[in-house]
Write a protein that binds this ligand. Structure first.
Ligand code: G1P
Ligand code: ZN
Length: 539
């Protein structure tokens, strides 16, 4: 039944910030998934006795790709696959299943927060036994393999029924179909004070969770409405749909518009949250109030003692360089380790494995802890609910008190999308070359303290990664520039702006950053070079 099929390489199978991500139209080409998967299998080498976890966020082509992966894994000698029922599994749940079963790795079929459907994006994230996504050293090898691939192996059998729980054997490989929600829920119950949160809802607390028609729907229904007793209807858009019902499942102020409008209306609930396509991102809202992900990480870290799983102490905390410095001040106050890494969750994995950090986060609506090796959307929501239950305070009060204590980092990200790749690359190169001349200069009343590329030296594996360019001002303000590594076409230039104030705590972020934005544009020449005078997305 095992067939060896001849193939020719695709030249674009390089993984980005988080796995391979391409337009669905590209991925559905014959042999596209096959080439990529065979390249991974080839780089792993001997697959005998190995177990992998497989699932996805249910987007268009999830069902087809998963069948290919099963048949190819069997043909390549994999011992066992643990698969989410009907092919579903969120990214954080997948990480947990890998760790819990001591599996050798896993594949989550998702393009995360990118739109789905035939005209949207598809993707494959590959994790190793750490439960986190593979380091660049391995993805580089896989990319080389994709450029040389000549054949792949597949088992010639009918599609496998993934709807019934239990174990079966196909082509000499064991398949175990599991409920993707169960283990995850048990893990959350071990971390948080569910009875305190339950009481909160019994006392009339209201929430709205927007699953954005993506994978967290079933998790959220079970946890928030089922176990914690949030009123029916608290979880919306909970049916995972292949095209996410046309939504762009990125939980931010722009794309989670329905939730944002509701939370800023008269009818607003006490608490609002949304997750992305594969359940690793989160957005936190109070009544008429938005918490930036950078602040959320700082507040979570500052409140670790309120949470059962962390109350006895935490290791350090880490953030991506582009994330605001809010959490740095919290780390100093608690005298815990503090790390700044490149963008992408995989850079946190070594720090967690070596007990250097417990919490980590990114400005891109990612927050998590060492309970798994991916960011975790529902975990972040439960953390906030637990803080609220323990303190009796609102989201807004918790955040404002945090600013009182530590000062406030005003923070906004500007994305310039669909830029010609050659223009974007040249812009970044010219910008980098210019940075050394900037220190000491005054622009718009701000003095530049230092400027340069962000280079990260991993303290565990000693690899070195360059990611983005940073300009720092003498008052603590910062500009970070980088190119996105998750897009499926053209280039996106991200510009991250931050300004700190110890005393001015209630200003409008965009107003506070007016001058810094002007400086960021003048130095990079983004308007002149891209023709864009306004960012496409501001979050
Ligand atoms: C984006 C985010 C980054 C996140 C990644 C995966 O990557 O900026 O923080 O880890 O998605 O969710 P980017 O497109 O900027 O490379
Ligand atoms: Zn995601």
């Amino acid at each position: 039944m095992i067939q060896t099929i001849a193939t020719t390489p695709f030249t674009d199978q390089k993984m980005g910030t988080a796995g391979l991500r391409r337009k669905s139209k590209v991925v559905i080409q014959p042999n596209y998934v096959e080439n990529f998967m065979q390249s991974i299998f080839n780089v792993i080498g001997d697959l005998h006795g190995k177990t992998f976890v497989v699932g996805g966020d249910g987007r268009f082509y999830n069902d087809k790709a998963i069948q290919k992966i099963i048949k190819m894994a069997a043909a390549n000698g994999v011992a066992k696959l643990i698969i989410g029922q009907n092919g579903f599994m969120s990214t954080p749940a997948g990480s947990n299943v890998i760790l819990k079963n001591k599996a050798d790795g896993g594949f989550i079929l998702s393009a995360s927060h990118n739109p789905g459907g035939e005209n949207g994006d598809f993707g494959i994230k590959y994790s190793n036994a750490s439960g986190g996504q593979i380091p660049s050293s391995i993805s580089d090898k896989i990319y080389q393999e994709t450029l040389n691939i000549k054949e792949y192996k597949i088992c010639n059998i009918d599609d496998i029924n993934l709807s019934e729980l239990g174990t079966q054997e196909i082509c000499g490989m064991q398949i175990e179909i599991i409920d993707p929600v169960k283990d995850y829920v048990e893990m959350m119950q071990k971390i948080f004070d569910f009875s305190a949160i339950k009481k909160l809802f019994q006392n009339g607390f209201t929430m709205r969770f927007d699953a954005m028609n993506a994978v967290t729907g079933p998790y959220a229904i079970k946890i928030f409405e089922g176990i914690l007793g949030a009123p029916k209807g608290s979880v919306v858009n909970y049916h995972p749909l292949p095209d996410f019902g046309g939504l762009h499942p990125d939980p931010n102020m722009v794309y989670a518009k329905e939730l944002v409008d509701f939370m800023f209306s008269e009818q607003a609930a006490d608490f609002g949250a949304a997750n992305d396509g594969d359940g690793d991102r989160n957005m936190i809202l109070g009544k008429g109030f938005f918490v930036t992900p950078s602040d959320s990480l700082a507040i979570i870290t500052d409140n670790f003692k309120l949470i059962p799983a962390y109350k006895n102490g935490i290791y350090g905390v880490a953030k991506s360089a582009a994330t605001s410095t809010a959490v740095e001040r919290v780390a100093q106050a608690h005298n815990i380790g503090y790390y700044e890494v490149p963008t992408g969750w995989k850079y946190f994995v070594n720090l967690m494995d070596s007990n250097r950090i417990t919490f980590c986060g990114e400005e891109s609506f990612g927050t998590g802890s060492s309970h798994i090796r991916e960011k975790d959307g529902i975990w972040a929501v439960l953390f906030w609910l637990n803080i609220i239950a323990a303190t009796g305070k609102s989201v807004e009060d918790i955040t404002r008190e945090h600013w009182q204590k530590y000062g406030r980092s005003y923070y906004v990200r500007f994305d310039f999308e669909g830029v010609d790749t050659a223009i974007a690359d040249k812009l970044m190169l010219d910008l980098e070359n210019k940075l050394s001349q900037l220190p000491g200069k005054t622009m718009e009343g701000f003095i530049i303290a230092d400027a340069g590329a962000f280079v990260y030296n991993d303290p565990v594996d000693h690899s070195s990664t360059k990611n983005g360019l940073i300009i720092r001002f003498t008052d603590g303000s910062r500009i970070v520039y980088r190119l996105s590594g998750t897009g499926s076409s053209g280039a996106t230039i991200r510009v991250y702006l931050e300004r700190y104030s110890k005393t001015n705590l209630s200003a409008d972020p965009l107003k506070m950053l007016t001058e810094i934005f002007k400086i960021a544009m003048a130095i990079s020449e983004i308007p002149e070079r891209t023709g864009k005078h306004k960012a496409d997305v501001v979050t």
